[in-house]
Write a protein that binds this ligand. Structure first.
Ligand code: NAD
Length: 297
């Protein structure tokens, strides 16, 4: 193995520390802490875990956490009314509705109802549009976290060939936009791409966001490339009845060829919540007019 391990856990801890250090000065000027509201509908166990860790991280950063829980049989109107109430609440800088929502709730309508200036998940079409045209807005947390890791590792990305595998609205598409904004030559590969190994072989930067365990093999990767593995896949473990997490990249194979690679777990995963806190801090400054130096975070 020759590649460096990109330690997303350590980077995320550093980012959370930088966010926390900026909360005090904000509070001094605004007279209140930045606030993040998280809405959970139903009892999905994975969603409950995510919401709990978001709450914990928000409080640890010194921010105000507003948790709202609705029953699984809540109506669309109830949920929309709650989102509108949070839009109007001045203590709330960021609103996050935990997805997926139980059927038959309409996710797109809920996202469209969130005030785009409180949309710290960056899922509203206004924020997708702002990203596409290069205006300040909110970028989905996972791809922004990937970009931070890449810039920390490589520095200037200009002119590099980047291949993003996956075209979801949450990861693949915003990732491609971010890399384009950094002047990479970007290829977006997806389930209909022909000869994916050959496409990936051209990449100086590979971002895999597919959801297929260890799909990207070592011999697809150009020697010296930087590999970011977004995938989180649960597969059977070595012992019967046990499971383990793997990414979309065959880690050991990739590590033998790449110059740097993110592990799973401990790579991209921890970045998502750290970036959520960062986006909430930015929203708090923008909404109140309290200045935040452009390179502060
Ligand atoms: P998605 O299912 O919405 O999109 C998957 C994409 O992969 C699609 O665009 C599809 O075209 C593409 N794809 C499917 N099969 C393919 C194939 N054989 N070859 C090439 N492309 C193929 O998934 P998503 O929401 O973008 O998430 C992708 C992965 O990232 C999942 O494993 C998910 O768990 C993980 N994820 C992790 C984080 C995090 O680390 N915090 C956040 C979001 C998603």
């Amino acid at each position: 193995m020759s590649a460096d391990i990109i330690d997303g856990k350590a980077f995320a801890a550093g980012l959370r520390g930088r966010v926390a250090a900026l909360v005090g000065p904000f509070r001094d000027q605004a007279g209140r802490a930045p606030g993040l509201a998280v809405v959970l509908v139903g009892e999905d166990p994975a969603s409950q875990v995510y919401v709990r860790s978001k709450h914990k991280a928000t409080v640890e950063a010194g921010m105000e956490s507003f948790e709202h829980r609705l029953p699984a049989d809540a109506t669309q109107d109830q949920l929309l009314a709650l989102v509108r109430q949070l839009n109007e609440d001045d203590r709330v800088d960021g609103i996050l509705v935990q997805l997926p929502l139980p059927a038959p709730l309409d996710e797109q309508q809920v996202i469209a109802t969130i005030d785009p200036d409180k949309d710290v998940d960056g899922f509203h079409v206004v924020n997708a549009g702002r990203l596409a045209v290069g205006q300040p807005g909110y970028v989905p947390c996972t791809p922004l976290g990937c970009l931070m890791l890449l810039k920390d590792r490589i520095g200037d990305l200009s002119g590099l060939n980047a291949v993003v595998i996956g075209r979801s609205n949450i990861v693949g598409k915003p990732m491609a936009q971010l890399l384009l904004a950094e002047s990479c030559t970007v290829t977006v590969a997806h389930s209909r791409t022909r000869d994916l190994p050959e496409v990936v072989k051209r990449a100086d930067i590979v971002v895999a966001a597919v959801g297929r365990p260890e799909m990207v093999r070592g011999d697809w990767i150009k020697p010296g490339a930087v590999v970011i593995d977004v995938g989180i896949n649960r597969v059977p473990g070595a012992e019967p009845g046990k499971t383990r997490l793997v990414g979309d990249v065959a880690y050991d194979e990739a590590a033998a060829v790449a110059s740097a690679v993110t592990p799973v777990p401990g790579g991209v995963g921890p970045m998502t919540i750290a970036v959520l806190l960062r986006n909430t801090l930015v929203a708090a400054h923008r909404r109140t007019g309290v200045a935040l130096a452009p390179d502060a975070i």
